[in-house]
Design a protein around this ligand. Structure first.
Ligand code: GLA
Length: 662
């Protein structure tokens, strides 16, 4: 008995020891890692920058009065992708809008949806979170999840969405989570190269004011040398048959139907060009380049000259791109509110001075003009620009005169520093500086395209035309990620009634090619499909097409993307309509634009983040009568055949099928 009891006790003790050793060997330890210990540079961010333990503006993280030591500060739209190995078990965090937006009126204090998505499934969504709201706590079981996305999306408009994920950490048993780049498949080219036979491109309608210097270049693709001819030019104008440049001064108002021909050794092309001598200029959306999205404040005169030369050498000019626009930072830096008054930012007479990165502006615009291009410039109606350079405040007449004398053809008038002097920002305050400059420009003796840039405040689309604007920014600044580009592009649906010849909604400049907002450039973070979407959507929207990358650094993909004449024709269509949206779900959108010849340009967009989609459009929903319709794929420049009643296409993630239907 004693022996067997002792044996039993021994057996139990051994069993306990074995169990202990076994569990010690196999039970994995739970570790913790903070979000801010991971590489946050992989996150996208719609404004400012993604910061470790700081807000997107670089201040300590603070939500509703409480400061937090750790976390990630970002701005909508923002996505961070993490690879988990299925062994990350838990994510906890506190989310909210950073208090640094406190100076904004309550209505502008952000509207953010924080989302946590695991393997394509939404695990958490905050709904609308605004500034000064009690922060929300997140606690999510992640067991088994392989891929996780932390997303901050904008709900109403992307202003002041300073999105903080604070005290955010993961528990894991295997390897710690790692952040990864947003997948970017290799770009692919869709469009065949232009044929060597002549094809006339660019606008089919052009407006100029009577008595002002006239400059328009008839553009065509095809082998050089090429000879241009024109019939029916208004008196006072002449065409240079080698370059296609029309110059001179037309005095008599009227609409002139001219016929342009372009001929080379392989053939001849003919097209009508309507020249309208009257009060309205910029009859089709401006196409060209702007320095901001690439060089921002590091821009130099050399950058501008290099781009202008490359515009010609690369052949982009032959597709209708014509403006070379210098954005902010060409003038002198001003550091006080009375910067507008005089030296050292202006000369003794109050005239603007360039900074040491720029020389003689007239010589620069002369050079740009000599290439058959046009020149643009940017300034703020306030004492200073966004970047702190001198603005036109209290010098409006003098500056407009300067721009005209320097030979500029385009003025971007960027609100920014004006908020220091604007008063209450009631509608009349928002309009005041734009009315003033609009009147001055009209009498400047030059056809200067007037581009309003005040980010859509006061529903500018409702009054931009009345103050003399040719285009007006409808949103804040774009950056090169899907959230930003698609957020801006797809939010234009209600603006179509305000677009017409000479008046265009402007959803900001293009983010293709190399961008960077400073001396260090990177390839646009948009995937190839996202870039096809970007250009298709901007063309459907009749938006200005201002390339934001150095033209001398264009790669084959970007060159191909920017030179599809059938796509550009959608943008430049002389009917001047903006596309309307007829389908919008979480996954797909369908937009269509009425074209002058009665056809419709249609974009079938897949906005789903993970899966290819089949998207269809019924012809009767576009007002197309009759059964059968010819459909052409515009990116591939290929007829797809006759279709009865309906057209369906498979569309890749974030991609588009752009078709034209007759
Ligand atoms: C604002 C505009 C930009 C650019 C910068 C220059 O942000 O929206 O397009 O002009 O100012 O400072």
């Amino acid at each position: 008995m004693t022996t067997s009891r002792t044996a039993l006790i021994y057996a139990n003790v051994i069993l306990i020891i074995v169990c202990f050793l076994f569990s010690a060997a196999y039970a994995e330890e739970v570790n913790t890692i903070w979000l801010d210990e991971l590489d946050l540079s992989k996150a996208t961010c719609g404004w400012g920058q993604v910061n470790k333990n700081k807000s997107c503006q670089g201040n300590p993280l603070k939500i509703n009065g409480v400061e937090y030591e750790r976390g990630m500060g970002t701005h909508t739209p923002s996505t961070l992708i993490l690879k988990l190995d299925g062994k990350v078990t838990r994510f906890t965090a506190i989310i909210g809008v950073d208090d640094e937006i406190s100076e904004q009126p309550t209505s502008d204090r952000g509207s953010i949806d924080f989302k946590v998505v695991g393997d394509k499934k939404v695990l958490y969504t905050s709904g609308t979170i605004r500034g000064y709201q009690t922060p929300e706590k997140i606690d999510i079981d992640l067991t088994g999840v392989e891929e996780l996305r932390l997303i901050a999306d904008d709900i109403e408009n992307n202003y002041y969405d300073h999105a903080d994920w604070v005290m955010a950490k993961f528990e894991y048993t295997g390897k710690p989570p790692v952040t990864i780049d947003i997948p970017k498949p290799k770009p692919y080219i869709l469009t065949p190269k232009p044929k060597p036979t002549p094809r006339i491109t660019g606008p089919k309608v052009f407006g100029a004011r009577p008595g002002n210097p006239f400059l328009f270049t008839v553009t065509a693709t095809g082998q050089r040398p090429m000879k241009f001819k024109i019939k029916g030019l208004p008196k006072g104008l002449k065409l240079d048959s080698e370059s296609g440049r029309i110059t001179g001064t037309a005095k008599k108002r009227g609409e002139y139907k001219t016929t342009v021909t372009a001929q080379n050794s392989l053939g001849k092309a003919k097209r009508e060009l309507r020249i309208v001598i009257g009060d309205t200029i910029c009859l089709t959306p401006p196409m060209g380049w702007n320095s901001w999205n690439c060089w921002a404040c590091s821009v130099t005169e050399k950058n501008v000259r290099d781009t202008a030369e490359a515009m010609v050498a690369s052949g982009l000019i032959n597709h209708g791109f014509s403006y070379i626009n210098i954005d902010d930072c060409w003038m002198r830096k001003a550091d006080s509110n009375d910067a507008a008054i005089g030296p050292p930012v202006r000369d003794e007479t109050g005239m603007l001075l360039t900074n040491d990165r720029f020389g003689d502006m007239k010589a620069l615009t002369d050079y740009i003009h000599s290439l058959g291009l046009k020149a643009g410039v940017c300034i703020s109606p306030g004492p200073t620009t966004c970047a702190g350079y001198v603005g036109s405040w209290q010098h409006e007449e003098q500056d407009a005169k300067y721009f005209a004398e320097m030979g500029f053809d385009y003025l971007k008038y960027d609100w920014c520093g004006y908020s220091k002097v604007s008063g209450n920002e009631k509608l009349e305050d928002l309009q005041r500086p734009y009315i003033l400059m609009g009147q001055i420009l009209e009498e400047s003796g030059r056809d200067i395209v007037y581009s309003l840039c005040q980010y859509g405040m006061g529903n500018v689309w409702e009054w931009g035309e009345a103050v003399g604007g040719n285009c007006w920014r409808t949103t804040g600044d774009i950056v090169d990620n899907w959230g930003s580009m698609s957020g801006i592009g797809f939010s234009q649906a209600d603006h179509w009634p305000y677009a017409k010849l000479g008046s265009w909604n402007d959803p900001d400049m293009l983010v293709v090619g190399k961008v960077g907002w400073g001396p260090n450039l990177h390839d646009s973070r948009l995937t190839a499909d996202e870039q096809y979407t970007h250009i298709s959507l901007w063309c459907l929207l009749s938006a200005p097409l201002l390339i934001g990358c150095p033209i001398e650094q264009l790669d084959d993909f970007t060159m191909n993307l920017l030179t599809n004449d059938e796509v550009l024709e959608v943008n430049q269509d002389p009917l001047g309509r903006q596309a309307k949206r007829i389908v919008k779900t979480d996954d797909v959108q369908v937009w269509y634009k009425d074209m002058e010849d009665g056809s419709k340009a249609i974009g079938l967009f897949n906005v789903n983040d993970y899966d290819e989609k089949t998207i269809g459009v019924k012809f009767e929903d576009l007002g197309l009568k009759g059964e059968s319709h010819r459909v052409r794929d515009l990116w591939r420049q290929k007829d797809l055949g006759e279709f009865d009643g309906l057209f369906n296409a498979e569309v890749p993630v974030h991609g588009v099928k752009l078709i034209r239907v007759w």
